[in-house]
Design a binder for this molecule. Structure first.
Ligand code: PGA
Length: 244
């Protein structure tokens, strides 16, 4: 487990060129502890070429929101790992619950994406997390373990990030109790240790903002956050980045 804090901005399908450039120009001006913190931006694919130029020689790191599991081929509308690498993405989110729900992504497909990333030196940020029904029925631990097993078991993983994102917390302003995040982060930690994966970080994602970030990030097994809505706002990002 690495101890550096990883802040991943998931911009989702937001921003035009001007808005994206404005935000990264302002993000570049924020002074934070660069030895302790990595700041990753995951924009829409079409923004990657421009942001790659704007971020040149800065400490900000680019990431992709998704990628196809094959190297190339007849996949209308998809984006390949080759282009993601061409634009200097160091990370890629895989298996986000919005992809699972809206694009029918299965664990089998996500495992192929994780493998492709690792074979190409892109660090996968694998998202796992339960629905509100699974939480209420108390089946969430089994569900998360199934996701982890089916997405990464027996893969040779030099480095990996897992984001625990309860679906019911994404975009809702509702955050699990600290003890609930602790419980799942420990579950993920033990799974990764059992799989003999040494280099990993566990993030929390779901309604993270400048008011709750510190408490979440102080959890022993959590090393940062995957941030959606708040990552679009410079004031929020400034508070989050300077609180590490
Ligand atoms: P949110 O999104 O911060 O807006 O809840 C997080 C995510 O979906 O990664």
């Amino acid at each position: 487990m690495t101890h550096n804090t990883l802040i991943v901005s998931n911009w989702k399908m937001n921003f035009n060129f001007i808005q994206a450039k404005n935000l990264v120009t302002n993000l570049k001006k924020i002074k934070y502890n660069k030895l302790k913190l990595s700041n990753v931006i995951c924009p829409q694919f079409l923004l990657l070429p421009t942001l790659n130029e704007v971020l040149h020689k800065s400490d900000l790191i680019l990431g992709a929101q998704d990628l196809h599991f094959d190297i190339n081929g007849a996949y209308t509308g998809d984006t390949s790992i080759e282009l993601i690498k061409d634009y200097n993405c160091k990370y890629s989110i895989v298996g986000h619950s919005e992809r699972r729900a809206l694009h029918n992504e299965s664990n089998i497909m996500i495992k192929k994406k994780v493998k492709l990333c690792l074979d190409n030196f892109i660090i996968p940020i694998l998202c796992v997390g339960e629905s509100i029904e699974q939480r209420k029925k108390n089946t969430y631990k089994d569900f998360i373990l199934k996701q982890l097993t089916e997405c990464i078991q027996k893969i040779k993983c030099p480095e990996l990030v897992i984001a625990y994102e309860p679906i019911w917390s994404i975009g809702t302003g509702i955050i699990p109790k600290v003890e609930d995040i602790i419980e799942v982060s420990e579950l993920i930690f033990s799974f990764l240790k059992k799989e003999k994966i040494d280099k990993f970080q566990i993030l929390y994602g779901g309604s993270v903002n400048s008011s709750n970030f510190r408490e979440i990030n102080s959890i022993d097994k959590i090393n940062g956050a995957l941030i959606g809505g708040a990552s679009l706002k410079i004031d929020e990002m400034k508070k989050i980045l300077t609180s590490c």
